[in-house]
Ligand binder design. Sequence first.
Ligand code: 2NL
Length: 366
Amino acid sequence: MSETQSIENDAKARIAAAADLAALEVLRVEFLGKQGSVSALMKTLGKMSPEERQTRGPEIQALRQAVTDELAARKDVLEAEALEAKLAAETLDLTLPASEAPCGSVHPVSQVMDELAEIFADLGFAVATGPEIEDDWYNFTALNMPESHPARAMHDTFYFPDTAPKGGKMLLRTHTSPVQVRTMLAEGAPLRIIAPGRVYRSDSDATHTPMFHQIEGLVIDKGIHLGHLKWTLETFLKAFFENEDIVIRLRPSYFPFTEPSVEADVGFELVDGKRVLGGSGDKPGHGWMELLGSGMVNRRVIEMSGLDPDEWQGFAFGIGVDRLAMLKYGMDDLRAFFDGDARWLQHYGFSALAQPTLSAGVGERA
Ligand code: 2NL
């Protein structure tokens, strides 16, 4: 038997016996690799006489082709076998329950804002929004806060280096009141709006974050008085806390944008050392907790908002949304609201599909 014939027989037998793709690769290197036996035969061609090369050349080329074809054919078979084995190992059990998809939750601040929008919608209030970057006229001047007002100090408010188009300073709004000024200027009176949103103060400690959420309410109409304010606050707080026993106390206060100004306290009872909202704070074992600021809109603010204060009156109020969420849902650290910790969000978040309704109370937890 010729040398090429014996190499071919040996190659065929061993390729057919290769158990897997790794074993096949070893054989490829052994025959066709740089140091392989077929390659060694190819190299001998260079040292042959032209006559010898004429007969041996095609023979060796044919061997190389045969081994290459055998390797390719066996590779196809082994690959098909490997795929079969993989598919057999991976069969799906369609009777198994589907694995649970990861699911986000609604942030308590968003949840509370939705609840407030719903409660005030039932009282005839529309939701108004406006820019978080304001100029100092809308944020301060229109709200009767003169140049000398301490809230305008550099260390209390975030200013931008840019100048507003009308020449004022640009800043991050410190309350949502400018939204209400803009709405009065754009839409006139009568008006019933709430303005929820992000506000900013240069303040950061255990109970203050530089960004927080506020909701303000504004009613402008003819003959509006403090009685309307008190009823509206009582009605909203009873609906929000889902407790008909909510009692509020109005206390004289001062804000530049309202006159008179009143702060509303809510009565609570101490139960096992914990505050439970409800009942008059004057009863034994009870107390009052400061909740929000409000008042009759200062006539200068009404004027600067383009309305005649002898014709139109109004009341306004402002509340921290984050604080309302803490009171209703029992979180104790404000800073955790803005950490973005998924575990906190899973614990305190709400299901996106459970819509809060007044009849069914708030949505179910996520
Ligand atoms: C608080 C509570 C308050 C207002 C906000 C307001 C808005 C306009 C006119 C008049 Cl456009 N008032 N908002 C009124 C009273 C209180 O926020 O503690 N603020 C420092």
